[in-house]
Unconditional design. Sequence first.
Length: 144
Amino acid sequence: MRRTAIVDRPLDAAGLLAEVVRPANGAAVLFVGTVREVNQGRDVTGIDYRAYVPMAEEELARLAEEATQRFESADLVIEHRLGTLGLTEASVVIACAHPRRAAAFDCARWALEELKRRLPIWKREHYAEGDWGWVSAAVGEATP
């Protein structure tokens, strides 16, 4: 099972996990990335996620295919949310299942790091002081 999506609605982590759980898998890993309240020492009130959707969808599907090959048929579902998110809202969910726990963990971690590196998704943090800044997804650093 492999599925990916770029969406503009709240993410259902439990639903994604249910998609990959099956009797053949002895392990399932769920990663939920959420909006946190502080980044680079600044108080954050929310984040806008934007993307070049056709390219992001294509690259996310390619990434998932690579992950399932690399980790030998891991079941994998990834969704990334776009739009304005408040604190604690999920921006990305990765559900990965595999017969072995190490491969399930490795697959989820690899998929997240590749997603951050490869997808044309941009985030703009809103700060408590009333200003905002674009943030590199790969390193989490704000730019003016």
